[in-house]
Ligand binder design. Structure first.
Ligand SMILES: Nc1ncnc2c1ncn2[C@@H]1O[C@H](COP(=O)(O)OP(=O)(O)OP(=O)(O)O)[C@@H](O)[C@H]1O
Ligand SMILES: [Mg+2]
Length: 422
């Protein structure tokens, strides 16, 4: 069993409180991703789980056993860091076998374990090479393999892909996703700054801010039902637009949030927001138009393909159907039964319904009485391999409770290898 239970956990360095009252229930085999701004405590939380840092107060249980005072090597945990730090004079095989050698594992058994791990990570052809003859992605896979051979109950990853270039990141991310399928009983906790990694790998994402857990939920729960302005702005890339003052008046709230992918361009007469294009980014598949409407930050409007807008153009836009979020002055989502204002145009409403019906990744298909956002899978790559097992609750206090529950595990793609004794 590799369940993790963290209860009222605090961590301080001297007078500085870095982690504050962390409570998390992580089910055996779950893939959990920690995200949050730099310095919010992600690595510290990972290191307290590993035992590299002591816990100031509270408790940490692994497999039903309190491990606060258990040595790191006895916790059944393996950690993979951003810097893979392989031994340069040892072959891939020897790097991976090193911890088993220290444990005086018989040679046959050691070879079997290393080869099994090498197969999982597609490293078999490289076992005799030195690290200098590998690409960055291959080296990071060796570091992961070195951890796998120890057969951990819990894998901890601290930004393992952040040293890799874009293409290698994608390839190695896929290896990690496969690894998660191959080891269905191994719990994985993964720290990243990368939105796509978080959205595609996680069963559940934990959003941290200043050492406090802001929200826990499946990627789609966080995307569809952020429980605070902070989470709304943190999940999604480019981030959600926030409009205040007169721009939010029609929505009877302090701040109205609309994701760039939920903005539609419309005729000025339709009563949307309007402003001047500052510049437009054409990415081929998408284009992002930055518009000054007098808010502190420009509003970003996503369009398909190559946009034909240029700096200085006047444009008007508004949310597609009811795809917007309302927040009060404290940044809490509003649930006061607000009805969406008149739709900007019949065509955009039709497009919304069509997209909802066509979106299998979207667990929410109903409108909410408060006009809250209900499901669009646009903007970020969504996990095709594991749709959210639980339909997110409607935007109410119930949704927060729902988002702290675990998701159902997917079926293993392959049988887990036999667990050796650590
Ligand atoms: N040994 C230490 N002594 C004092 N303060 C520390 C120590 N280690 C970390 N901190 C502080 O704890 C806070 C959390 O650090 P942590 O490394 O967990 O952040 P993080 O979320 O992983 O950030 P990043 O995304 O930049 O890696 C930071 O303010 C950091 O300065
Ligand atoms: Mg860190």
């Amino acid at each position: 069993m590799s369940d993790l239970k963290i209860t009222n956990l605090y961590k301080s360095y001297g007078k500085v409180e870095v982690l504050k009252d962390i409570n998390l229930d992580i089910k055996s085999g779950e893939f959990i991703v920690f995200v949050g701004p730099s310095g919010c405590g992600k690595s510290t939380l990972l290191r307290t789980i590993s035992g590299l840092e002591t816990i100031t107060s509270g408790s940490l249980e692994i497999g039903g056993r309190v491990v606060n005072d258990v040595a790191p090597s006895k916790r059944g945990i393996a950690m993979v860091f951003q810097s893979y730090a392989l031994y340069p004079h040892m072959t891939v095989f020897d790097n991976m076998a090193y911890s088993l050698k220290l444990l005086r594992t018989p040679k046959d058994e050691m070879r079997k374990k290393v080869e099994e791990a090498a197969d999982m990570l597609q490293l078999r052809p490289y076992l005799d090479r030195l690290p200098k003859a590998l690409s960055g992605g291959q080296r990071q896979r060796v570091a992961i393999g070195r951890a796998i051979v120890r057969n951990p109950q819990v894998f901890l990853f601290d930004e393992p892909l952040s040293n890799l270039d874009a293409a290698l990141r994608v390839a190695t991310r896929m290896e990690i996703a496969k690894l998660n399928e191959t080891l269905p009983d191994t719990t994985m906790i993964y720290v990243t700054h990368d939105q796509v990694e978080a959205m595609t790998l996680a069963d559940r994402i934990v959003v941290l801010k200043d050492g406090v857990v802001m929200q826990v939920g499946t990627p789609m729960e966080l995307y569809d039902n952020p429980q605070s302005l902070f989470v709304a702005g943190f999940i999604g890339s480019p981030k959600m637009n926030f409009l205040t003052g007169k721009h939010a008046e029609k929505y009877k709230c302090h701040t109205v949030g609309v994701r760039p992918e939920h903005m539609t361009i419309q005729a000025k007469a339709n009563g949307g927001w309007s402003g001047k294009v500052i510049y437009s980014e054409n990415l081929g598949s998408d284009s992002f138009i930055y518009v000054d409407i007098g808010e502190e930050e420009p509003v970003i409007v996503r369009q398909d393909g190559k946009a034909t807008y240029h700096a200085g153009d006047d444009i008007a836009f508004g949310p597609e159907g009811d795809l917007f979020h309302r927040f009060d002055a404290e940044g809490r989502p509003m649930t006061d039964g607000f009805a969406a204002p008149a739709k900007p145009g019949a065509s955009s409403t039709a497009a919304t319904s069509k997209r909802r019906a066509a979106s299998p990744a979207n667990p929410a298909t109903e409108g909410t009485p408060d006009g809250g956002v209900v499901g669009s899978a646009g903007g970020v790559a969504m996990p095709a391999k594991k749709p959210a097992a639980k339909k997110p609750a409607a935007r109410s206090t119930a949704s927060k409770a729902a988002s702290t529950r675990s998701t159902t595990r997917k079926a293993p793609a392959r049988k887990s290898p036999a667990k050796p004794k650590a």
